[in-house]
Design a protein around this ligand. Structure first.
Ligand code: 13P
Length: 247
């Protein structure tokens, strides 16, 4: 199981202490089969990775450019994220798709670039509330997945995070029945597309995950963990989610 914190645009140098507290719990978590990771803002990635090196806490970037280097002011390449000590990079988060008009075609190229440099992409997909309301959540999400999924070579790894947009930062979570049906649909799609390789893909849930709902979420078939936003910002709340999973 995987618990990954996405700090989004939060965290100054003072937040490194939270990461260190989380790192101190990572070995015991791993012994229980739970891998912990944090995706801090780019400004903290190298320092945070350095601070937690030697512990099983892994780190990740929150986005990457499709090119390896070049005249792209303000952008950060996958190679730079890898060089800063990261293991993962999030691509296609709904906040990037919405606020930066990222298309699935672009997200696919980002995921491909991430794999090329040796990062594991965390590919985010998820529907709008309006699509769920008219019964189109699964068809929309599968279309997004089809268009965003990179080619996976024999050893390539990828994580798919299903994050319904209306559940991100709202306190709302889909019903367990709706989640079961969505994860079955995602798994079946991947099985058809990837064959046996489907077993190396891990599926996460993201959207208002807290210590109060994590236990029910991870009991569902095909959910291998969570991508946690707000509740990952302090060690206390992130580790309370871990505690629930361990119990
Ligand atoms: P919240 O957990 O704050 O809803 O954010 C989820 C998310 O977007 C993680 O990537």
């Amino acid at each position: 199981m995987l618990l990954i914190g996405n700090w989004k645009m939060n965290g100054l140098a003072t937040a490194l202490g939270e990461a260190e507290t989380i790192a101190a719990a990572a070995e015991a978590a791993l012994q229980q089969g739970i891998q912990l990771a944090l995706c801090p803002p780019a400004t903290l990635l190298r320092t945070l990775s350095h601070h937690v090196a030697g512990t099983p806490l892994l780190t990740g970037g929150q986005d990457c450019h499709v090119e390896h280097f070049g005249a792209y002011t303000g952008d950060i390449s996958a190679a730079m994220i890898k060089d800063a000590g990261a293991h993962y990079v999030i691509v296609g988060h709904s906040e990037r798709r919405q606020n930066h008009h990222e298309t699935s075609m672009l997200v696919q190229r980002k995921a491909q670039t991430a794999i090329e440099v040796g990062l594991v992409p965390i590919l985010c997909i998820g529907e709008h509330r309006s699509q769920r309301d008219v019964g189109q959540a699964e068809s929309y999400v599968l279309g997004q997945l089809q268009a965003s999924l990179p080619e996976l070579g024999s050893n390539a790894q990828i994580i798919i995070a299903y994050e319904p947009i209306w559940a991100v930062g709202t306190g709302l979570v889909p019903s367990l029945a709706d989640l079961s049906s969505m994860y079955q649909a995602i798994f079946s799609f991947l099985e058809t597309r990837l064959g046996n390789k489907v077993n190396s893909v891990r599926l996460l849930y993201g959207g208002s995950v807290t210590q109060n709902n994590i236990s029910d979420l991870v009991k569902l078939n095909h959910i291998d963990g969570a991508l946690v936003g707000g509740a990952s910002l302090t060690a206390a709340s992130f580790l309370s989610i871990l505690n629930e999973v361990c119990n």
